[in-house]
Design a protein around this ligand. Structure first.
Ligand SMILES: Nc1nc2c(ncn2[C@@H]2O[C@H](COP(=O)(O)OP(=O)(O)OP(=O)(O)O)[C@@H](O)[C@H]2O)c(=O)[nH]1
Ligand SMILES: [Mg+2]
Length: 196
């Protein structure tokens, strides 16, 4: 491992690997089924290392206990890296976010994306939220769903201004914005920016 780290986290199938692919052009494994990335993958970009990690939540062919174990493992990994983190990019599927939040809140639970946002904000100096799969929403729905996401993040951490980037990894939409957001944080932290 070579610090500092820029970690890409998020539920299974939200597009973590696709985002790293879009950012770097590296052929990281992308899958149709949730659970494509089973181990972390470190990509050395010189001044920083990008880390692709498995998603939490549902994974194809993995039992409920297996999924819980995976989530615990991911949390422990992230805690172990906390001293080396430059920032974490939390990727959410904006086309499913509202549905997910409503389902969890109906059960009286904190939605897993929101729980992770709070957790990551505690262990990493900066968190960027990439609202991926924006292409799956109709144009006029996009800003409505982004506002909803921002409102939920504000509700979880009222003292933090959410840094949200709408994007579509395979369509390369928003990818330059994400690059700039990452670079801005690295520069602000006195770190060098990578040659993507
Ligand atoms: N429409 C659309 N599909 C996307 C987008 N980003 C990723 N996908 C698709 O979503 C699926 C999952 O993408 P991955 O990049 O493998 O997702 P992941 O978060 O790395 O998934 P795990 O490794 O399983 O946790 C693939 O079929 C991608 O092509 C997007 O912005 N829009
Ligand atoms: Mg993956």
């Amino acid at each position: 491992m070579k610090a500092p780290l820029v970690v890409f986290a998020g539920r299974s199938n939200v597009g973590k690997s696709s985002t790293i692919r879009a950012l770097t052009g590296r052929k990281v494994r992308v899958g149709k089924k949730p659970g494509s990335t089973r181990w972390e993958l470190m990509i050395d970009l010189g001044p920083v290392t990008l880390v692709d990690i498995p998603g939490f939540g549902h994974m194809s062919g993995v039992s409920k206990t297996g999924i819980e174990e995976m989530k615990t493992k991911i949390v422990q990994k992230l805690e172990g890296w906390s001293d080396y983190l430059a920032l974490v990019v939390l990727i959410v599927d904006i086309s499913l976010f509202r549905e997910l939040v409503e389902r969890w809140e109906k059960r009286g639970e904190i939605p897993i994306d929101v729980e992770f946002y709070t957790f990551l904000s505690e262990i990493a100096p900066h968190v960027i939220v990439a609202a991926n799969k924006i292409d799956k929403l109709k144009k006029r729905q996009q800003s409505v769903e982004l506002e909803y996401l921002i409102a939920k993040l504000r509700e979880a951490l009222p003292e933090v201004k959410p840094n949200v980037i709408p994007m579509s990894a395979p369509k390369k939409q928003g990818v330059p914005d994400l690059k700039h957001a990452v670079e801005a944080i690295l520069l602000q932290s006195g770190l060098e920016t990578p040659d993507w």
